[in-house]
Ligand binder design. Structure first.
Ligand SMILES: Nc1ncnc2c1ncn2[C@@H]1O[C@H](COP(=O)(O)OP(=O)(O)O)[C@@H](O)[C@H]1O
Ligand SMILES: [Mg+2]
Length: 310
C-alpha cells in the first residue's frame, strides 16, 4: 500500500465537504475518484496532496502521517489542479521554467526536463507562443507538464479533461496511460464515468462527502447487473399494454416516455419473450429493442437515485 487515508474529514461550516472517508492508493495503479460536482473529490485530493489539512483523520505514507509531516510526500507528488494556473502572457516554455525553478531545478537539468515534458505533452512546436494564444486543451497540457517537471512518482489530477476539445482529451488520456505504464501511480478525479471506467484500475464513487462504493469497474457494475435495463420503442404505448407490463412479476420498474418504454427487470433480457407476447396480445408493434448493460452511471443512479450529471 502506497498511501492509506483513514477517517478523513473536512467540514466548511455546515458543509461536510469530506465526511469521514477511508481510502487507499496502491503502488502503480490508476485510481479513479468519480462523483458529481460538489461530491468532495477536490477536497479529498487536496488533503492527500497536503495542500489542505483535514479536520480529522490520518494519511499514512511510508509509515509516516503526512498530515503532521507533509515534506515526506511533497517532493515525490505532482498535483494538476482543476483550474489552470499559468501566466497568460508568458510562453509555455517560460511558464515551465518558472515552475521548474519553484522545484529547485536549474541550468541544463531544467532545460532537459522542460524538453522532456514538452515531448510527452506534444507541445514542442508551439512552446514559444504565449499561453493566452493556446486553446483550453493546450493550456491543460502545459498545466500537466508543470506537475511533471520534478519527476514525481505519484501524479494527482483533478478533472483534467473538463471542457476541452476531443483531441486534447484523447491526448491527455493517452498521456496518463503512458505515464502509468512507466510506473507512475495516478490519482484521477472526474465526473465523466466513461473516462474513469476506461482508464482506472480501481474506482471510488463519492457523493456528499462520502464514499458510497468502491472496486474495479467490473466489480461496481456487478452491484447491479441483476437489474438490466431494457429499452423498447413501440408504435403506440397503450394504457393496457403498460398496465400488463407493470403486472409482470419480473418487471421492477416501468418508465414511459411517449412511445419509448424503459423497463428495469430482475431477470435481465430474459424478460424479452414476455414483452413480445404482451405486445402481440395488445396489437402493439415493437419498433426497436435495446438491452443496456449497466454502466457506472447506472451504478450511481442505483445507489443514489440521481444521475451523475444532475
Ligand atoms: N474552501 C471552501 N469553502 C467552503 N466550501 C467549500 C470549500 N471547498 C469546497 N467547499 C464545498 O465542499 C463541497 C465539496 O467540494 P469539492 O471538494 O470541491 O467537490 P468536487 O471536487 O467533487 O466538485 C462543495 O459543497 C463545496 O462547495
Ligand atoms: Mg472538484
Amino acid at each position: 500500500m502506497l498511501i492509506e487515508a483513514v477517517n478523513l474529514r473536512k467540514h466548511y461550516g455546515r458543509i461536510k465537504a469530506v465526511d469521514g472517508i477511508d481510502l487507499e492508493v496502491r503502488e502503480g495503479e490508476i485510481l479513479g475518484i468519480l462523483g458529481p460536482n460538489g461530491a468532495g473529490k477536490s477536497t479529498t485530493i487536496s488533503m492527500i496532496s497536503t495542500l489542505i489539512k483535514p479536520d480529522e483523520g490520518k494519511i499514512m505514507f511510508r509509515g509516516r502521517n503526512i498530515v503532521d509531516d507533509p515534506r515526506v510526500i511533497r517532493n515525490i507528488l505532482g498535483m494538476v489542479p482543476q483550474d489552470v494556473a499559468l501566466y497568460p502572457d508568458l510562453s509555455a516554455l517560460e511558464n515551465l521554467r518558472f515552475f521548474g525553478r519553484l522545484y529547485g531545478l536549474k541550468g541544463s537539468e531544467l532545460d532537459k526536463r522542460i524538453k522532456e515534458v514538452l515531448d510527452i505533452l506534444g507541445l514542442n512546436g508551439r512552446a514559444g507562443d504565449s499561453i493566452k494564444k493556446y486553446s483550453g486543451g493546450m493550456k491543460r497540457r502545459v498545466n500537466i507538464g508543470a506537475a511533471l517537471l520534478h519527476h514525481p512518482r505519484i501524479l494527482v489530477m483533478d478533472e483534467p479533461t473538463v471542457g476541452i476539445d476531443p483531441q486534447s482529451r484523447k491526448h491527455i488520456l493517452e498521456t496518463v496511460k503512458g505515464l502509468n505504464a512507466r510506473g507512475m501511480t495516478i490519482i484521477y478525479t472526474s465526473h465523466y464515468m466513461e473516462e474513469v471506467e476506461a482508464l482506472c484500475d480501481r474506482i471510488y464513487i463519492m457523493d456528499y462527502g462520502r464514499i458510497i462504493a468502491s472496486g474495479t469497474g467490473e466489480q461496481l457494475k456487478r452491484l447491479i447487473d441483476k437489474d438490466d435495463t431494457v429499452e423498447i420503442q413501440v408504435d403506440k404505448a397503450t394504457d393496457q399494454f403498460i398496465r400488463q407490463l407493470k403486472g409482470n412479476v419480473k418487471v421492477k420498474h416501468v418508465d414511459v416516455r411517449g412511445n419509448n418504454i424503459i423497463l428495469i427487470s430482475s431477470g435481465g433480457s430474459s424478460i424479452l419473450p414476455d414483452v413480445f407476447e404482451t405486445a402481440v396480445g395488445n396489437d402493439v408493434k415493437m419498433l426497436s429493442v435495446q438491452v443496456k448493460t449497466p454502466t457506472l452511471e447506472d451504478v450511481f443512479l442505483h445507489l443514489t437515485g440521481r444521475g451523475l450529471r444532475d
